[in-house]
Design a protein around this ligand. Sequence first.
Ligand code: SF4
Ligand code: FES
Length: 302
Amino acid sequence: MSKSTIRKKVKSAMKKKAKSAIKNKGKSAAKSSVKSAARSRVKSSAAGRAGSAAKKKPRSAVKRKAAAPVKTKSALRFEIDGKACKARAGQTILDAARDNGIYIPVLCFYKGMKPAGICRMCTVKVGGRNMAACTTPVAEGMIIENAIPELEDMRKAMVEMLFVEGNHMCPTCEKSGNCDLQALGYRYQLLAPRFPYMFPQRNIDATYSKIMIDNNRCVQCRRCVRGITTKDGRNIFAMTKRSGKSTIVADRELEAKMPDDLARKAMDQCPVGAILKKEVGFAVPIGKRKYDAKPIGSEIHN
Ligand code: SF4
Ligand code: FES
């Protein structure tokens, strides 16, 4: 082998070695850089955790964010005569008005009894339409008119009509001072009715055992029919005939078995003096009765 060939071989061998050395160096450098990067990542995440842990307050010290007021169905907003009111879901206008200190007159409505919408004394305007407040549920954003001249005059006319179509002798009536119709007459300042008296011939039945029924005073609200029942749910009172000839009667058998407190309840639930309990009369002297002290509606007005 010549000297030059030997030199060439040595040179190429050295080149190969140098190349492999560079390769190895690069790999190890890369490896080490990956390792260091990983190490630094671990470190930084650990530091981050440690930092955030340091920032975190103990659970007990963390104040819970106050719950935002949830708009439930129970917070309906509506308006009566410009006054902002609130109602629970399902509440009638009448009920909600009372809760908000607003009086709407009633006759056939009796608290605790399912409303029937018979007398229309509670008529209000909802969006300009006449509606019975005792049977109409409140809806969000309702605009209701109640104590406006048009409705007040209509209610006054209804009270006047009830007075002229029956025979109401307030000065001698046991219910005077406790009578809703009489109290409404005072509220609407009835003097001489604008309608002619009808003086109808109506039946007075005093042949019952516990009560007497005077149809001259009956305003046909059906509170007695709807609200006075036996323990097993049988109606004691009923309405017979139609229109102007309608009269209230009681089932004689059931009436005779009526306990005293139920007979008293029948008398109290009748808004006028059409049902009277026998053997009790003028126990509370006139002048000291419910509406003698305060006018009707004063218990509700703000
Ligand atoms: S008797 Fe009294 S409770 Fe019964 S319908 Fe007549 S007014 Fe109403
Ligand atoms: S009270 Fe509403 S209709 Fe009689």
